[in-house]
Design a protein around this ligand. Structure first.
Ligand code: NAD
Length: 443
């Protein structure tokens, strides 16, 4: 099939590469000229395991190319995917200007039938706006071109995006006619070989499904984080609690890991946007709104533990951070707990030494050169001379450090384990003062 993808971010680039890899002819278009120039040179602007290889293979096979030329892109694909950003507006609702701009662009250039598919995460009713924008752009040209709109929200996880796209748990397709449904069933057939994972529904339900999934997952995390706060106060160990409650199949082990709050480009903004949608319709979504409040509070938990350890004064202290990305296997720093922590430490007069396997460039881009931030070449160098070490992102490389050697490198052996990946008694043997999330030091 001939496919065009608007937006070459995490979703657009992965979608384009995976669809080309399965035999389609794909054109990826972006307004960011630098990004397209880099992609054309074979450079992948984001870190995503496995992505580079399939992009290179697909480009070499002639099935994938990149452009900034919207007319060329609209002429190419019968299927036109919108995969541009939907950042939060000032009131928390999703800002649709990029999505609607793409609809306008498609309407300005399309000359025969197009299926316009929204892959971006958008509030219920957006497809109606996309349809109206397309119709008005076509009408302004005084031409009559047929088109359908569809919703096909994306569920990939950064860090495992290729696998998620190639082997999806489900593919949600929101349509209002059989022609659009058939195009999308055919497109996703190669990803449905074991059994059909495509769930076809109406457009509004498809739009809501994406928010419902993210809010459900974010709620699990916030609830577990709230329980960890209780555990801290009653001197219980949330890790023992987690193992026991996860054994109940109705609860399960997924997404019940306490930590230092969720970040990323999706959960925070999608939780906010769904709460805002409900508010606009006169309904106060109490659980959804508190998921965000609990998360914002949880993001200060690492700083609070450091401040507690140092008797309320962090002036002049040097704090080492292991991990900066919002989760492992990505370079994405959007709404990362590490950002909250670093900014609180700087405001308290502390200095930061940090290492992340992939997010150093992003950190440099966001914060620039500053005296109170040293980006180090590895975890040991970051810890050298530090008054405390904080594990923020649970990259594999941080799993089994030599704690005796680490204690020797540090000014004072203090460890704040933001993801509960270390065994407190083991760390204590090396002389560390250990702080986990909702864990009694005795466990
Ligand atoms: P991103 O910010 O990484 O990329 C968006 C891209 O769109 C940018 O390269 C930007 O230059 C481009 N763009 C903006 N306007 C354009 C236009 N008019 N024409 C062509 N390109 C244009 O965003 P992302 O993380 O890929 O997310 C995209 C959408 O998918 C969002 O709605 C997001 O909520 C959703 N989503 C993201 C993830 C994720 O893990 N990142 C997962 C599922 C869904």
């Amino acid at each position: 099939m001939r496919i065009t993808i608007f937006g070459t971010g995490y979703v657009g680039l992965v979608t384009g590469a995976c669809l080309a890899h399965s035999g389609n002819h794909v054109v990826c278009v972006d307004i960011d000229e630098d990004k397209i120039a880099r992609l054309t040179r074979g450079e992948i602007p984001i870190y995503e395991p496995g992505l580079e290889q399939i992009v290179h293979e697909s480009v070499a096979s002639g099935r994938l190319r990149f452009t900034t030329d919207a007319a060329d892109a609209v002429a190419h694909g019968t299927l036109q995917f919108i995969a541009v950003g939907t950042p939060p507006d000032e009131d928390g609702s999703a800002d649709l200007k990029y999505v609607l701009k793409v609809a306008q662009t498609i309407g300005e250039h399309m000359n025969d039938y197009r299926l316009v598919i929204t892959k971006s995460t958008v509030p219920v009713g957006t497809s109606d706006k996309v349809r109206a924008q397309l119709a008005s752009a076509v009408a302004e040209r005084g031409v009559d071109v047929e088109f359908d709109v569809a919703s096909n929200p994306e569920f990939l996880k950064e860090g495992a995006a290729i696998d998620d796209f190639m082997k999806p748990d489900r593919v949600v397709v929101g349509v209002d006619n059989e022609r659009a449904a058939e195009h999308l069933r055919a497109l996703y057939a190669p990803f449905n070989r074991q059994h059909d994972r495509t769930i076809v529904m109406d457009i509004r339900s498809a739009e809501l499904t994406k928010y419902a999934a993210n809010v459900m997952l974010a709620t699990k995390i916030s609830l577990m984080n709230e329980l960890s706060q209780v555990a801290d106060r009653v001197d219980a160990d949330i890790e023992q609690v987690r193992r026991a409650i996860g054994a109940d199949h109705r609860i399960g082990y997924h997404f019940i890991y306490p930590g230092c709050g969720f970040g990323g480009s999706c959960f925070p903004k999608d939780v906010r946007a769904l709460g805002q949608t409900a508010a606009e319709l006169g309904y106060e979504a109490e659980i959804i709104n508190s998921v965000e409040r609990v998360n914002n509070r949880q993001k200060s938990v690492l700083f609070d533990k450091l401040r507690y350890h140092f008797g309320g004064d962090l002036t002049g202290k040097t704090i080492a951070l292991w991990g900066l990305a919002f989760k492992p296997n990505t370079d994405d720093m959007r709404e990362a707990p590490a950002c909250t922590l670093m900014e609180s430490l700087w405001a308290a007069g502390a200095r930061v030494r940090a290492y992340d396997p992939e997010a150093m460039g992003e950190t440099r881009r966001i914060y620039g050169e500053r005296d109170d931030l040293t980006l180090c070449t590895d975890g040991e160098t970051a810890a050298t001379g530090a008054d405390a070490l904080v594990l923020v992102t649970e990259w594999h490389i941080f799993r089994t450090p030599d704690f005796d050697a680490l204690a020797g490198l540090m000014n004072t052996p203090v460890l704040v384990d933001g993801r509960n990946i270390y065994k407190p008694s083991y760390v204590a043997q090396a002389g560390f003062a250990y702080y986990g999330i909702g864990r009694s030091a005795a466990s």
